[in-house]
Design a protein around this ligand. Structure first.
Ligand SMILES: *[C@@H]1O[C@H](CO)[C@@H](O)[C@H](O)[C@H]1NC(C)=O
Ligand SMILES: *[C@@H]1O[C@H](CO)[C@@H](O)[C@H](O)[C@H]1NC(C)=O
Ligand SMILES: *[C@@H]1O[C@H](CO)[C@@H](O)[C@H](O)[C@H]1NC(C)=O
Ligand SMILES: *[C@@H]1O[C@H](CO)[C@@H](O)[C@H](O)[C@H]1NC(C)=O
Ligand SMILES: *[C@@H]1O[C@H](CO)[C@@H](O)[C@H](O)[C@H]1NC(C)=O
Ligand SMILES: *[C@@H]1O[C@H](CO)[C@@H](O)[C@H](O)[C@H]1NC(C)=O
Ligand SMILES: *[C@@H]1O[C@H](CO)[C@@H](O)[C@H](O)[C@H]1NC(C)=O
Ligand SMILES: *[C@@H]1O[C@H](CO)[C@@H](O)[C@H](O)[C@H]1NC(C)=O
Ligand SMILES: *[C@@H]1O[C@H](CO)[C@@H](O)[C@H](O)[C@H]1NC(C)=O
Ligand SMILES: *[C@@H]1O[C@H](CO)[C@@H](O)[C@H](O)[C@H]1NC(C)=O
Length: 582
């Protein structure tokens, strides 16, 4: 009897427990299955997110990462890591570098709703994203969700993932904007309340695509023609140089998930376009275009000067997002690669399909001007120099003289001061400053119908339409300019080297590998000639500057031995940059 009684007690307890468990489950579990109506609060750079935000873990010791929503490149909303110290979001920069964004007009944090159940789940593929917060449409229209990477040391990096592509975008510890296709988690959300209020995205006035994209100077109207994987680009396309011994790299563009990207057309062994998108390279044999050369325009490559993209950069435009990519090129392991330029960087994908970001690259520009080079006119110094001379600054003009003429003449280039009867030039044989007021001195005439431009360049590279002071064989010497303590100085550009000039302070020879070159084009066909761009005349192997050659062991341009063996004056130091003793 006692046993039965006890059994009864136990059963009662079990029944009660089961009943309680059931009741408990029906109170909580089954009801927390609804779609979340998510809400964002503006972030005022205070510590409000610590109380109301969703904690994603620590990004540094004792520093909590929250889920931030912010404006990406004035184009759309994107999830970024939000933090309180220092306050802001770590924005994924379109250029390849991340940065701290702390403009409160552009930042919100995700509200931690007590009626929600949030869970981080490993992202496997697009099908396990049922409960993600589909809030931000990126440029190509697909949705992104909050995502995080948990490092082995327990620290987190928060970013955004696009379930449809499987990519997560985030800023890594080195300040680079990078992506991952695995090893990350996405945030899921279940609501315990039926039919929650759906809040719209925070208000932000995006600039109209027209404003955001209008170019300061409209250059050429570029002609992109459908590419049928044939050899049409060989006849009508624009070359970016050698890809390998069987292929010239032609300029193309192709689509990946709604966006067009600049790419490299390869003809052999199968026609197609290589583009880089999301840091991966894709080979496209359909939906591609090639850039047609217009003989009325001048297409050429300009080294990026680190400050701004040239006004007439060639862009690949996207109608959907109004997003645009500049066409850039770089030589990697001897192969010409074409990448996407978003100021200030260019991205390509490397051989092993990882994203590579360059700050040192060339941009394709197109000048709609007539393609003729200027005929140069030089006059003996006379009172008209201030009328038709090419002024450098308010007190001087570009002048030249010839000296030490034996077989050929040497040319000295420098300043002619107002009222002066001579030119101060650098004698490059003795590396000294010389004043010449002989009858050999002339000044450069500026023709009002021609278009002059100082074009950024470096390392003595060939520049299309540059005014040539003189030539040694095929090697042109240009008129270059740089600034020293706000003083404009002119000098001669030595091919493959750089600009050599007189330092206005010390009066001694100085050189720089980064400078501007005077270019000039004329509308008058009878005035000059157009020289096809060809680096082959005087550039060494694989685009290395003169004096250098490509090293397959070091994977870079190195000084040629013949320049290394040169006898060095005592105290002279070898300069690897210019392969010379200085
Ligand atoms: C983190 O917090 C703990 C406990 O509050 C404290 O002892 C420790 O010094 C903190 N570490 C840093 C780096 O602030
Ligand atoms: C925002 O960031 C800039 C640059 O990092 C910094 O100089 C400024 O103090 C920051 N503003 C606030 C309110 O934190
Ligand atoms: C994605 O997940 C689904 C369901 O778990 C599975 O059937 C499918 O094979 C997965 N796809 C890939 C590419 O892993
Ligand atoms: C997503 O939803 C479908 C249909 O409702 C369901 O069959 C599937 O199990 C869900 N997947 C996850 C990961 O919740
Ligand atoms: C959700 O609620 C709104 C009003 O708040 C109502 O108009 C709508 O019909 C409801 N939808 C569902 C599916 O219950
Ligand atoms: C170039 O083409 C030849 C055959 O025509 C082939 O043997 C060679 O491997 C190719 N070279 C490259 C770099 O693709
Ligand atoms: C080049 O200019 C000429 C003269 O203006 C014009 O007739 C011709 O159509 C132009 N060619 C192209 C490809 O635009
Ligand atoms: C200076 O310019 C005037 C007007 O164009 C011209 O008549 C004169 O011959 C020029 N003088 C010289 C020395 O070229
Ligand atoms: C320089 O030229 C200006 C204007 O042509 C004249 O007024 C001035 O006297 C000149 N100076 C010298 C030192 O010749
Ligand atoms: C040339 O300059 C020197 C001083 O540097 C001066 O003595 C001489 O008179 C000048 N000659 C002419 C033709 O101006």
């Amino acid at each position: 009897m006692k046993v039965i009684k006890n059994l009864f007690k136990v059963s009662l307890l079990v029944v009660l427990l089961v009943a309680f468990a059931t009741a408990h489950r029906s109170d909580e579990e089954p009801e927390c299955e609804y779609e979340c109506g998510n809400k964002f609060y503006r972030y005022y750079l205070d510590d409000e997110p610590a109380e109301y935000g969703i904690k994603a873990g620590h990004y540094a010791q004792n520093k909590t990462a929250f889920i931030g929503l912010s404006i990406y490149a004035e184009k759309f909303y994107l999830f970024h890591q939000l933090q309180i110290d220092p306050p802001g979001v770590i924005a994924y920069g379109a250029s390849g570098h991340s940065f701290l964004l702390n403009d409160t007009k552009k930042i919100w944090y995700l509200y931690n709703n007590p009626h929600h159940k949030y869970e981080w789940i490993d992202f496997k593929n697009a099908s396990n994203s049922n409960f993600t917060l589909k809030i931000a449409a990126d440029s190509s229209g697909y949705t992104v969700v909050p995502a995080r990477i948990v490092r082995p040391n327990g620290l987190v990096l928060v970013g955004a993932a696009a379930p449809i592509t499987g990519f997560m975008y985030y800023a890594d510890e080195n300040g680079m904007s990078v992506s991952a296709t695995s090893g990350y988690q996405i945030l899921t959300c279940k609501s315990c309340k039926k039919n929650e209020t759906k809040y719209p995205l925070p208000k932000y006035t995006f600039p109209s695509p027209k404003d955001a994209d209008s170019d300061p100077v409209t250059g050429c109207i570029n002609n992109w023609q459908p590419y049928n994987n044939d050899d049409a680009p060989v006849k009508n396309g624009i070359s970016a140089g050698e890809y390998d011994c069987n292929n010239t790299a032609y300029i193309g563009k192709a689509r990946n998930i709604g966006q067009y990207y600049p790419g490299r057309i390869q003809i052999y062994p199968q026609g197609g376009i290589y583009i880089t998108s999301n840091g991966l390279s894709f080979f496209k044999t359909i939906t591609g275009y090639y850039l047609v050369n217009n003989p009325n325009y001048t297409y050429y490559w300009v080294p990026f000067d680190g400050l701004k993209l040239p006004d007439n950069t060639v862009y690949v435009r996207n109608d959907v997002s109004s997003w645009k990519y500049g066409v850039g090129r770089v030589k990697l392991n001897g192969h010409t690669r074409i990448g996407n330029v978003v100021y200030p960087a260019m991205t390509i994908s490397s051989d092993d399909n990882t994203r590579m970001v360059f700050n040192d690259y060339e941009v394709l520009v197109c000048d709609p001007w007539p393609k003729y080079q200027c005929a140069q006119q030089w006059k003996k110094i006379n009172a008209n120099i201030s009328v038709d001379g090419f002024s450098i600054d308010s007190t001087s003009f570009i002048g030249r003289t010839t000296f030490k003429c034996i077989d050929d003449c040497n040319y000295g280039l420098g300043k002619i001061q107002t009222n002066s009867t001579g030119v101060n030039y650098l004698d490059d044989l003795t590396a000294t400053a010389v004043f010449d007021n002989s009858s050999n001195v002339e000044y450069l005439v500026k023709n009002p119908s021609d278009t002059y431009k100082w074009q950024p360049s470096r390392n003595g590279m060939k520049v299309v339409n540059a005014l040539e002071l003189h030539k040694e064989g095929h090697r042109p010497f240009y008129i270059g300019m740089t600034r020293i303590n706000d003083n404009v100085v002119v000098g001669k550009v030595r091919p493959g080297d750089g600009l050599f000039f007189i330092d206005p302070i010390t009066g001694k020879q100085q050189s720089t590998s980064s400078y501007e070159v005077l270019t000039c084009t004329s509308p008058d066909a009878s005035n000059g000639e157009y020289e096809e761009e060809s680096d082959n005349d005087w550039f060494g192997s694989f685009g290395c500057p003169v004096r250098k050659e490509w090293s397959f062991t070091k994977w870079r341009c190195i000084c040629r031995d013949e320049f290394r063996g040169v006898f060095a004056a005592s105290g002279a130091k070898w300069n690897e940059e210019i392969c010379s003793y200085v």
